[in-house]
Design a protein around this ligand. Structure first.
Ligand SMILES: C[S@@+](CC[C@H](N)C(=O)[O-])C[C@H]1O[C@@H](n2cnc3c(N)ncnc32)[C@H](O)[C@@H]1O
Length: 250
């Protein structure tokens, strides 16, 4: 397991400035949140990108959990109705059988004790409720564009930091989840402004030495002079369901 950590209290401003929702991820979560009667928890909600958008598009009752007060203060400024709490994934301070959907985006690699989180997610879900872990598979990490090409040292460092999908699937089975499925979403775009990379708004840029980071930036600046940089953002959505009738709260 990686011992690397990012201090999200330190990077909250850059994160809020640069990071946006992935349309494919949002679509999957909106479908799963279903309707206004659902109860949804985002674990590691950060500045609230996903849970705030989900609330405004679908209208379920929403909760957000994150250990970083700086990230949470930005999330709270975006929604007065979502219940944002400070805390860690490994210990969910909510009643058993309470939620219809528990999800995390880009968080599972930060969680030290993943089996505890997955057990907790199973506990707080109602029968028929679903868990979704949005993360990067090994293939995605090896093919990230522009990270893997401009900053190749991110690849081994990130493979060390991210759990494999097969390992997460096994943990979900052990926690009692069924109907475990995965899908990958992608979004292609052209990069014309590399400020997010200069600001290290991606935690992968914190795991490489400074000289490797500077070489990558120089390469991006060189590529940009020839025109916009083609990029693809991909995520794997890993789903599981808690057995029981749909909508049945314990
Ligand atoms: C890459 S950010 C993702 C934020 C948000 N999900 C998004 O996609 O915009 C990772 C977040 O995970 C949070 N985090 C780190 N360790 C955590 C833990 N053990 N439990 C819950 N959240 C954690 C960080 O504070 C940070 O806000």
């Amino acid at each position: 397991m990686s011992t690397f950590t990012v201090d999200y209290d330190q990077v909250a401003a850059e994160y809020a400035r640069h990071r946006q929702v992935h349309p494919g991820v949002l679509r999957g979560l909106c479908e799963a949140a279903r309707d206004v009667k659902s109860r949804v928890l985002e674990v590691g909600c950060g500045t609230g990108n996903y849970v705030v958008t989900l609330e405004s598009l679908v209208g379920p009752a929403c909760w957000g959990l994150d250990p970083s007060e700086e990230m949470l203060s930005r999330a709270r400024a975006r929604s007065g109705t979502i219940d944002f709490q400070a805390g860690h994934a490994e210990r969910l301070d909510y009643p058993s059988g309470f939620f219809d959907l528990v999800f995390s985006v880009d968080v599972i690699h930060h969680i030290g004790d993943r089996p505890s989180y997955i057990h907790e997610a199973h506990r707080v879900l109602a029968a028929g409720g679903r868990m979704c872990t949005v993360t990067d598979s090994e293939w995605i990490i090896r093919h990230r564009q522009p990270l893997a090409t401009c900053f190749p040292q991110t690849v081994p460092a990130e493979l060390n930091r991210y759990p494999r999908i097969a390992v997460l699937r096994r943990m979900m089975t052990e926690a009692g989840f069924s109907q475990i499925t995965e899908s990958t979403v992608e979004y292609a775009y052209e990069l014309t402004d590399i400020q997010a990379y200069r600001d290290k708004a991606y935690s992968a840029l914190h795991v490489i030495p400074e000289d490797a980071f500077q070489r990558g930036l120089a390469r991006m600046e060189h590529d940009l002079r020839a025109g916009p940089i083609p990029c693809v953002s991909r995520y794997t959505l890993l789903w599981g369901a808690k057995q029981g009738s749909e909508g049945e709260r314990l």
